[in-house]
Design a protein around this ligand. Structure first.
Ligand code: SAM
Length: 234
């Protein structure tokens, strides 16, 4: 038997409403908060008893948005500018056999509200609606390997991107009292430079849009400068 059926134990409620602009790994944007909402079969406090003793957890999940698109043996990691190819198992590509992803994220709390069990998470890199297959506590004594090396992905991706907000977008943010970290959140997402590799080679001004929570955000990029021109509610 080598075929298995997996069942979601919960789903992610995330501010990232489309793939574009989601950071490429967890913890790059600490302001990215999400809720893991358990499905009916796992909606019992017993399943998570003791988990509050851990600051971080592993999430195993399905790349549900692209799972039906298949995979290739070789992929072009964005980190290498999209020009060089590596084996899929040498990368964290989303298009992979079984479409399983894994992210270590911060556990900020466990909530049991109106009969619904949820985990409060931060620093996620997951699309809204992502099905969660399993949760495990992060074990620093074993999972953190200070001697580890990582070849072409050895360092945290840093860009020299700067971010400026128009006065209108700052005024809009100032009114969003339920989203106290909104400006830093947008800023850190843009500093990750979400543009596809081939766009980065174009040297004119380019205009982009993304949705975070239910805010439509428009910005322009000129060299390494991002200018957030407008933010509107959906
Ligand atoms: N940390 C995980 C891993 O290593 O398995 C994910 C890494 S993957 C490179 C991160 C990207 O996956 C994000 O930038 C986003 O574009 C994409 N993504 C996130 N959630 C997804 C989902 N549910 N379905 C398809 N793609 C998703």
């Amino acid at each position: 038997m080598s075929d298995y059926q997996l069942t979601a134990i919960g789903h992610i409620h995330s501010p990232y409403k489309q793939k574009f602009a989601i950071p490429r790994q967890p913890r790059l944007v600490p302001q990215a908060k999400a809720k893991l909402v358990f499905t009916a079969d796992f909606n019992r406090e017993e399943f998570v008893r003791g988990l509050d003793e851990f600051s971080h957890i592993w999430l195993l999940f399905r790349f549900h948005e692209t799972a039906d698109k298949g995979y290739s043996a070789m992929v072009r990691p964005p980190r290498l500018g999209g020009n060089e190819r590596k084996g899929v198992f040498a990368t964290r590509a989303t298009f992979r056999p079984n479409a399983i992803g894994m992210s270590a994220v911060k556990l900020e709390g466990i909530e049991y509200k109106n009969g619904q069990l949820s985990l409060l998470l931060a620093g996620i890199d997951l699309l809204d609606g992502t099905p969660i297959l399993d949760i495990k506590p992060y074990l620093p004594y074993s999972d953190a390997m200070i001697e580890a090396t990582a070849g072409f992905a050895d360092t945290r991706p840093e860009t020299d991107m700067t971010v400026e907000f128009s006065q209108a977008s700052l005024d809009f943010i100032a009114k969003q009292h339920s989203y106290p970290e909104l400006q830093d959140f947008i800023s850190n997402v843009l500093k990750q430079d979400p543009r596809p590799a081939y766009k980065k080679q174009y040297d004119g001004e380019q205009s982009y849009g993304m949705t975070l929570y239910d805010f439509n955000i428009r910005w322009q990029v000129n060299d390494s400068h991002n200018y957030v021109s407008s933010i509107e509610k959906n």
